[in-house]
Design a protein around this ligand. Structure first.
Ligand SMILES: *Cc1c(COP(=O)(O)O)cnc(C)c1O
Length: 395
């Protein structure tokens, strides 16, 4: 009888003791550094997933590790009943670099959207009356798996088994200005949109569409909510993905990369929205903990420099050029901006994901036919060249 090796043990335990909501490839990741992760056999994988657009500075960034160690040795958690330096400092930094005047801390992207929906309904009820409750969201959107966020994520496979959902949600076609103008009314409390849709296939909102969302919301005093959980914080080459449109929202959800893999979510808001927020309206035991906030401050300071953002733009342009030069008949369309790129193929993207595991790449799809490239923002030309070489071989 053979004994279980480390790798078999971890897989065995997962299959026996973890709820089976995720299919996983048959290797166990043990550590990572920069652009690379390693499995228990010592095999290297070049990581173009980055923990789903999370590890912006790559794996085990020395600065991140140092901040975690320092802050953990000083203070980890006291709850939101008390002031802490790390939380207050991050709040000011986020407001200084965005449209926002106030922030609410939580622990994930879904929670950041839940908070935004709650604050939007509170604002609408306070100033617009009891019937102003409608939430408008769009086809192919992804806002998370909790009930509020799920209710504005119109995918049958995610929604149907869990109905009934939160009521008074209207789903409209994405990027369709006329449909929005026809549907929005005095009953609308909020319009929720991803400036670049992530899970739905890397679909950028047109600038004109975002501008029309802003104008339509203003006309009926509905709040405009941007979900920048995936596209925000430098991923597209600007700090916020909505910047090129010239539009600012009333509320914005952030999460994925903000604390470099530690759980954090933020609902950012204007003072106008905050006018309706009262003590006790919303809360969270863990949110805004000292360690996550210290790391988030470091991330923000590191990413929000002209040099860092220029690097993202430069690598994004290089990646796009290289993908276009593949000139493959199997590529239907290339979409996205900066280091948030989708490649739609005429075959299932999961085939490439699986080929990647064998060849030593971590890849992820976004929808059935689109491969999504969301590498660490520290990616270099040589890593892109590697990936392009792989595409040349498999295509
Ligand atoms: C991932 C994601 C979410 C959900 O974030 P979780 O942290 O998984 O809850 C919400 N919105 C967008 C745009 C996302 O990409």
């Amino acid at each position: 009888m053979t004994t279980l090796t480390q790798v078999h043990l971890a897989i065995h335990q997962e299959k026996n003791y973890i709820a089976q909501t995720y299919p996983r490839p048959e290797f166990v990741i043990t550590h990572g550094e920069g652009m690379t992760v390693y499995d228990s056999d010592g095999k290297e994988y070049l990581d173009f997933v980055a923990g789903i657009a999370v590890m912006a500075l790559g794996h085990s960034d020395p600065g991140v590790v140092e901040i975690i160690q320092q802050q953990a040795a000083k203070l980890i958690h006291v709850s939101n009943l008390y002031y802490t330096e790390a939380q207050s400092k991050l709040a000011e930094q986020l407001c200084e670099v965005s449209f926002a005047d106030k922030v609410f801390f939580c622990n994930s992207g879904a929670e950041a959207n839940e908070a935004s929906l709650k604050f939007a309904r509170k604002y609408a009820k306070t100033y617009g009356g009891p019937d102003k409750t409608e939430i408008i969201a769009f086809t192919k959107a992804f806002h998370g798996r909790t009930y509020g966020a799920l209710s504005i994520t119109p995918k049958a496979h995610y929604q149907d088994p869990f109905k009934p959902l939160v009521p008074d949600v209207t789903i409209l076609p994405f990027n369709d200005i006329e449909a929005l103008q026809d549907a929005i009314s005095e009953r609308t409390a909020a319009v929720v949109v991803e400036p670049i849709q992530g899970e739905g296939g890397i679909n950028p909102a047109n600038d004109e569409f975002l501008q029309a969302c802003r104008a339509a919301c203003d006309e009926v005093d509905a709040l405009l909510i941007f979900d920048e959980v995936q596209c925000g914080l430098g991923r597209t080459g600007t700090l916020w993905a909505h910047e090129p449109s010239g539009v600012t929202p009333d509320l914005m959800a952030l999460a994925k990369p903000l604390a470099s893999g530690l759980p954090i979510g933020v609902a950012l808001m204007t003072d106008k929205v905050h006018g309706a927020v009262k003590p006790g309206d919303h809360g969270s035991t863990f949110a805004g903990g000292a360690v996550v906030c210290a790391v988030a401050s470091y991330m923000l300071e590191t990413i929000n420099t002209p040099e860092f953002l220029a690097h993202v733009q430069e690598m994004g342009t290089y990646l796009l050029e290289q993908l276009q030069s593949l000139n493959s008949p199997r590529i239907v369309e290339i979409r996205g901006r900066g280091l948030m790129v989708g490649i739609e193929f005429d075959f299932p993207a999961v085939d490439l994901v699986n080929a990647g595991y064998t060849a030593g790449y971590l890849l992820i799809n976004a929808g059935p036919d689109t491969l999504r490239l969301v590498p660490p923002l520290i990616v270099q030309q040589e890593h892109i060249d590697h990936l392009i070489g792989f595409f040349k071989t498999v295509l």
